[in-house]
Design a binder for this molecule. Structure first.
Ligand code: DAT
Ligand code: MG
Length: 237
């Protein structure tokens, strides 16, 4: 789980800080790197290896490992730790019309470019029974059977995206249910025309997101990892 990585990161931050305090010039990269490496125990090797690499280049030793790399690494790790608790996940699916129209890359890129993190993805053809489970809250609606026929008519790209506010903002990226009412700039506004072929599904709340992720994915299919870009996507000044 990512919290474990953040705990490791936190330990390393503390090790880095104490190593840097005991080092008068804050420039002895080797001691600091050793402290960090011990604390990470191989789980998050990036900072330790950066320090070691910097240390091996004598010309840059004082500058790169001490003055530049270390404070930046400490700063970023602290940011990540502070942020870990605020992450949420949502279920996003590209329906058979979006897949058949070749819109997978276009849609994924909008979530990616925003700064959200993909943590699960698979292409499946759901059965009608499965589609009925997914849309169970709409079973009284006149279009329910047709909707479930449609969802089970071909491949669906099922995904889980993670990020701060991703449930609500994911719905903003998607746009209104009826593409005639979706704003330009949204996925449905730009890429769809009618409500029956609105190309994408997104969870509409915290509970729904939890239920839908549980319906479409096994826990083992959700990948916990730290994305390098996160330290640039998140931060408080
Ligand atoms: P959303 O997909 O924006 O969450 P929803 O949950 O109300 O919207 O409905 C699920 C899907 O059902 C929607 O994406 C398209 C279809 N649908 C909704 N309203 C419809 C209608 N009036 N006629 C036909 N299909 C409809
Ligand atoms: Mg809905």
């Amino acid at each position: 789980m990512s919290s474990q990585i953040y705990r490791s990161a936190s330990k390393a931050v503390k090790a880095l800080l104490s190593a840097s305090k005991s080092s008068p010039l804050f420039g002895e990269g080797r001691a600091v790197a050793a402290a960090a490496a011990t604390s990470f125990r191989g789980k998050v090797p990036a900072v330790a290896s950066i320090c070691e690499r910097a240390d091996s280049r004598n010309a840059f030793r004082g500058w790169v490992s001490g003055a530049l790399v270390l404070p930046a690494a400490v700063y970023m790790l602290q940011d990540q730790e502070a942020h870990a608790a605020e992450m949420e996940r949502t279920f996003i699916a590209i329906k058979p019309d979006g897949v058949q129209r070749g819109l997978i890359a276009e849609i994924i890129s909008r979530f990616e470019r925003k700064g959200y993190k993909l943590v699960a993805i698979k292409l499946v053809v759901p059965s009608k029974e499965f589609a009925e489970k997914h849309y169970h809250d709409l079973k009284e609606r006149p279009f329910f059977s047709g909707l479930c026929d449609f969802l089970s008519s071909g491949p669906v790209l099922a995904m889980v995206w993670e990020g701060e506010g991703v449930i609500k903002y994911g719905r903003k990226l998607i746009g209104a249910t009826d593409p005639q009412k979706s704003e330009p700039g949204t996925i449905r506004g730009d890429l769809a025309v009618v409500v029956g072929r609105n190309i994408i599904h997104g969870s509409d709340g915290l509970e729904t997101a939890k239920d839908e992720i549980g319906l479409w994915f096994e826990p083992s299919e959700l990948v916990n990892y730290t994305c390098n870009a996160e330290k640039w996507v998140y931060g408080v000044n």
